[in-house]
Design a binder for this molecule. Structure first.
Ligand code: ADP
Length: 270
């Protein structure tokens, strides 16, 4: 390869520099490709609800002498505009996360508060399906990072658990500390995820068979936001799922330990 040819002719220290530059260029090109892809996907995803709203507006105009039909079309326009709003919000959130300095000033983030906000955010949806959201585990834990981002991640996991569960079920949110990390698990008894889809659900705009849950009107961006937050914090997110029985998503973030160097995964106090 040309890169190797160049590096072979420079001194050891220089060769490392050249390699680093070559790697940097490759990374740059990859980032650029991902960005182009994202823009293409965004345009496609935005066109769908906009197109639907336009068609529905035409239908309303044509049905002006049928009040029942007008009402039905207007209701659907309302749903489509909600979806559009969510989509725009999540696209903005994701691009903010992708900006260069997401963790400018990390602080101690109280996980009980984060879970409180996440549960409140889903309360109306949970109530309407008679879903109980139960919290448990170790209280008082703190992670080291960005409050807003951690809250967005946990809120997305709880919202999904509610969306993909049947009525009259339970969603459990638990916390525990393990070896310098905090694990936040969201457990549901919902529809689960087919094994051959599980690797793809964290991709942007990816939705498992959108037809099976059209009514939930998701965007396919929630889990990419969770994954991004995990990555920028040096943590991770994992999923276990059995189709038809439920799913568990576990978000792991660095624990904030008072009197210890924060932000290090795997360094528990002795
Ligand atoms: P969406 O807006 O569609 O929920 P996400 O990125 O949050 O987008 O999730 C991607 C896909 O993963 C969803 O469309 C859904 O098929 C699947 N999924 C996510 N969370 C769950 C869950 N708790 N139970 C079952 N399927 C889930």
């Amino acid at each position: 390869a040309p890169a190797r040819h160049v590096t072979a002719r420079v001194a050891p220290l220089g060769s490392r520099l050249v390699l680093a530059l070559v790697e940097d260029r490759t990374r740059e090109r990859r980032v650029e490709a991902v960005r182009r892809d994202f823009v293409a996907n965004v345009s496609h995803e935005l066109k769908t609800p906009v197109g639907a709203i336009k068609l529905l507006a035409e239908a309303v105009a044509d049905a002006s002498d049928d009040p029942e039909a007008v009402k039905r079309f207007a209701g659907r326009m309302n749903l489509e505009s909600d979806r559009l709003t969510r989509l725009v919000q999540q696209i903005i959130e994701l691009s903010r996360l992708q900006a260069d300095d997401p963790l400018e000033t990390p602080t101690a983030v109280a996980i009980d508060d984060v879970i409180g906000v996440a549960v409140d955010t889903s309360a109306i949806d949970a109530d309407s399906k008679n879903i109980d959201i139960v919290t448990g585990g170790t209280p008082g834990l703190e992670v080291f990072g960005n409050d807003e981002q951690v809250t967005a991640a946990v809120a997305n996991l709880v919202a999904n658990a509610v969306s993909y569960s049947a009525c009259d079920s339970t969603v459990l949110v638990t916390t525990k500390a393990d070896d310098g990390a905090v694990e936040i698990s969201v457990v549901d008894q919902g529809i689960g995820i087919p094994p051959d889809e599980i690797d793809r659900i964290f991709e942007r705009f990816y939705r498992v068979d959108p037809a099976r849950h059209r009514s939930t009107g998701g965007t396919g961006l929630g889990l990419s936001i969770v994954k991004h937050v995990a990555a920028t914090h040096g943590g991770d997110v994992r999923v276990w799922s059995v189709e038809g029985q439920g799913s568990t998503f576990t978000l792991t973030l660095p624990q904030h330990l008072p009197h210890h160097a924060p932000g290090q995964l795997g360094s528990a106090p002795s």
